[in-house]
Design a protein around this ligand. Structure first.
Ligand code: GAR
Length: 214
C-alpha cells in the first residue's frame, strides 16, 4: 500500500487493543488510526482515542431497532472516515451479512480463543469449565458467519490449575496486544490479503491455525 493506510477501529469497552494498535501505528509509517466508533458512549476506549486526538463517533442502538437499520447507520458512520481497514477490537455487536460482505477482506476481528474452538461469548469461562490446558487469541478476517473467517494469526497461552477467569483473561489480553498490531502492520504494508476464502501473507496461503513461520 503506497499511501498511509486509514484504519477505523470499532469498540464497545475498555479499548486496550485499540491502545495497542494506536501505539503500534506510532511506530508504523504505513498506518494511521483515523477514527474510533463505539456502540457504547461509556466505553473507556473513547477516552483513549481522545487522548491521542483521534476523532470518535458513537452509534448507539435504539430500543427495538433491527440489525439492518443499525447496520445502515453504522455504515454511514464508517463511510465518513473512508477507511482502508476496519478493525473490530472488542466490538460486541454482531454485524449483518450485507455490511460484512461490503467490507470483506478489509475487516479484521480479534477473538479470545484458539478458533475454531469457542466462537461466541464467555470463552475464558468455557475453557476453564472444559479443563483445557491451552487457550489463546485469534485475529481473523471477518465473514458473515460468526467468528468463522480465515485465521491470520493466533497466540497460545497455557492454562494453569487455579486460574480464574480474570487471570486467564489477563494472560490472553497480553498476547492480543502483541498480535493485533502486527497483523494491522502486515495489512497496511499490503502484505496481507483475503481471497478464495483464505488469508494470504506475501502471496502464500496462511494455514487454518494462522501464520506459523517455518
Ligand atoms: C478482547 O479480549 C477481545 O478479544 C474480545 O473483547 C476484548 C476487548 O478488550 N472480543 C470479543 O470477545 C469479540 N467476540 P479491549 O476492549 O480491552 O480491547
Amino acid at each position: 500500500m503506497e499511501s498511509c493506510c486509514r484504519i477505523l477501529v470499532l469498540i464497545s469497552g475498555n479499548g486496550s487493543n485499540l491502545q495497542a494498535i494506536i501505539d503500534g501505528c506510532d511506530e508504523n509509517l504505513h498506518a494511521e488510526v483515523v477514527g474510533v466508533i463505539s456502540d457504547n458512549p461509556e466505553a473507556y476506549g473513547l477516552t483513549r482515542a481522545h487522548r491521542h486526538e483521534i476523532d470518535t463517533s458513537c452509534v448507539i442502538a435504539h430500543q427495538g431497532e433491527n440489525r439492518a437499520d443499525y447496520d445502515n447507520r453504522l455504515n454511514a458512520a464508517i463511510e465518513r472516515y473512508q477507511p482502508d481497514l476496519i478493525v473490530l477490537a472488542g466490538f460486541m455487536r454482531i454485524l449483518g451479512e450485507e455490511l460484512v460482505t461490503k467490507y470483506q477482506g478489509r475487516m479484521l476481528n480479534i477473538h479470545p480463543s484458539l478458533l475454531p474452538c469457542y466462537p461466541g461469548l464467555n470463552t475464558h469461562e468455557r475453557v476453564l469449565a472444559a479443563k483445557d490446558t491451552e487457550h489463546g487469541a485469534s485475529v481473523h478476517f471477518v465473514i458473515p458467519a460468526l467468528d468463522a473467517g480465515p485465521v491470520i494469526l493466533q497466540a497460545k497461552v497455557p492454562v494453569y490449575e487455579g486460574d480464574t477467569v480474570e487471570i486467564l483473561a489477563e494472560r490472553v489480553h497480553e498476547q492480543e496486544h502483541a498480535i493485533y498490531p502486527l497483523v494491522v502492520k502486515w495489512f497496511s504494508q499490503g502484505r496481507l490479503k483475503m481471497h478464495d476464502g483464505k488469508a494470504w501473507l506475501d502471496n502464500e496461503v496462511i494455514g487454518v491455525s494462522g501464520y506459523a513461520p517455518d
